[in-house]
Design a protein around this ligand. Structure first.
Ligand SMILES: Cc1cc2nc3c(=O)[nH]c(=O)nc-3n(C[C@H](O)[C@H](O)[C@H](O)COP(=O)(O)O)c2cc1C
Length: 493
């Protein structure tokens, strides 16, 4: 008889445990994988010690190392994000290692005369986007850190909602990605609407651009700017790709595409075929909406950029912003060879493009935005030194809302409920709780950027220049970043 009672008691405990895991709202992994999900947390807790002796070190995993992920997780939970005992990086035997040159007389934080403690650690863009071209709705973005393009479809509804609510809390902009504007983008955060080659949300039945729908969408949503997507770093030369497994009835309706087969956007735009017609398209969208209009591109053949700067100079038509995405950038799904080998990495791409616009003296007229693993204080600061006015964060934003770098975005089986349309998996992601995590991460990143800038002796992170950086080489050498990236002007600005 005893064994019957023992079995009943064990069954009740297991069921209660399952119910608790499923109903709690803090951890998507536990909701989606009751009981066994705890193993992840147990292993995570003892993992560093295990891995330290058996598998990888703190700086080894890719795309994001354990140190980087730990910093994002701790920042997003407002936990202690400090590291003890000193760096475990090999400074002297790591060529290309970045060194930030601090000032002997750092500025105080907050600056004298600055209001007392600002819990949001606000850092607005130094330029007014759209001002040079006199766009009716030119504006100064409130944050130098914003959310990179990631579509509804590629990401789940609760993930988009968490990011959009988080954008409102942190006072930053939320780029929709090329999948159109969804109801989950309407939770308080302001938007940059990205328009890709599929023209989702402003598309005729045969896949061309539809100006009437464009006007309607702009008028009915809090859209602050339009980004025309030429390419992204992880798959330049290929259009967007949403695998069939991720196309729900809702996504099929929002995008105007059939279910059951991959949704592949064309490789290039049908509304323009060169720089001249692209600038016409930019002006058309800007005149129709009054909004600033920019482009997003990875950097490949340079004749495009020379041509663009040349035509802006000669004709007066211009993009209001340029988003440069590095080849190391992320994606929901892409052929490996495109992710691994096509397009320049961010630092090379950004510096090559910026030099062209700087030489043409157009650099002050355009807002430069960078992306490609820039969601960390040191890499973001270097991006500002290279001439960026703002940076976008994609996968780092995903980490902040619970991504565990499972790298399964392309399968639709994201265990954290972020890059999936599976109801069970996304049911574990509480958008309200996670919105705070994202906002905490952005605020912490801005805080550390302000601190870094002031350690270099400048009040705003975008005031840093390449003279504030050195790159270590082998044989105990060092090269100034200014020399390395070919910035030959007295100052970057
Ligand atoms: C899941 C996912 C979906 C993405 N979707 C888009 C997209 O719709 N349009 C786009 O231009 N870039 C897209 N990207 C690229 C990001 O916007 C960003 O440029 C890239 O990931 C580099 O930033 P990161 O290193 O901070 O992630 C996507 C990236 C990820 C991870």
């Amino acid at each position: 008889m005893h064994w019957v009672w023992t079995t009943i008691i064990i069954a009740v405990i297991v069921l209660a445990w399952v119910a608790y895991d499923v109903l709690q709202k803090k951890h998507a992994i536990l909701h989606n994988f009751p009981i066994i999900g705890h193993f992840r947390y147990w292993l995570e807790a003892i993992g560093p010690e295990l891995r330290q002796y058996i598998v990888t070190n703190n700086d080894e995993e890719r795309p994001f190392s354990r140190d980087q992920r730990r910093w994002v997780y701790a920042s997003s939970k407002k936990d202690n994000n400090y590291f003890g005992f000193g760096t475990d990086n090999e400074l002297e035997s790591s060529p290309n290692y970045l060194i930030i040159r601090h000032s002997a007389f750092p500025l105080s934080d907050p600056l004298p005369g600055e209001d007392d403690f600002d819990p949001n650690h606000s850092a607005a863009c130094k330029k007014v986007m759209g001002a040079t071209q006199g766009r009716a709705k030119a504006f100064r973005p409130d944050s130098i850190v914003n959310i990179s393009a990631m579509s509804f479809g590629s990401l789940s509804a609760p993930a988009i909602e968490a990011l959009n609510r988080g954008a409102a809390l942190a006072g930053c902009l939320h780029n929709t990605g090329e999948g159109g504007v969804s109801p989950y983008h309407g939770k308080g955060g302001e938007l940059i609407w990205q328009i890709g080659t599929g023209y989702f949300g402003c598309r005729t039945a045969d896949g061309r651009f539809d100006i009437a729908q464009f006007r309607d969408v702009v008028q009915s949503h809090p859209i602050r700017a339009i980004e025309i997507k030429l390419s992204q770093g992880a798959k330049p030369g290929r259009g967007g790709l949403l695998p069939a497994a991720k196309i729900s009835p809702e996504i099929s309706r929002i995008r105007g595409v059939p279910m059951g087969k991959d949704c592949a956007s064309p490789a290039s735009h049908r509304e323009f075929s060169g720089v001249d017609s692209m600038l016409d398209f930019v002006e058309r969208l800007a005149q129709e909406s009054g909004l600033p209009v920019g482009i997003k591109s990875a950097v490949g053949q340079m004749d495009f950029w020379y041509d663009l700067a040349g035509q802006i100079h000669e004709t007066g038509r211009s993009v209001d912003f340029v988003t440069i995405d590095g080849g190391e950038g992320g994606t929901g799904a892409a052929p490996l060879v495109f992710s691994d080998h096509v397009a320049m990495p961010f630092k090379l791409g950004m510096s090559s493009v910026y030099r062209i616009f700087r030489d043409a003296e157009l650099h002050e007229n355009i807002v430069f935005i960078g992306s490609g693993k820039l969601g960390f204080p040191h890499s973001a600061l270097l991006a500002f030194g290279l001439g960026c006015d703002m940076i976008n964060v994609g996968r780092e934003a995903m980490l902040s809302i619970g991504c565990i770098q499972a790298q399964r975005c392309h399968t639709g089986h994201c265990p954290a409920g972020i890059a999936t349309q599976n109801r069970w998996l996304m049911g574990g992601l509480d958008p309200t709780d996670k919105s705070h995590r994202f906002a905490n991460y952005v605020v912490t990143l801005r805080k550390e950027l302000l601190q870094l800038g002031r350690a270099c002796g400048v009040p705003h992170p975008c005031d840093v220049e390449l003279k504030h950086f050195d790159i270590l080489s082998d044989a105990f050498g060092t090269t100034s970043a200014k020399e390395l990236f070919g910035y030959r002007w007295a100052s970057n600005a």
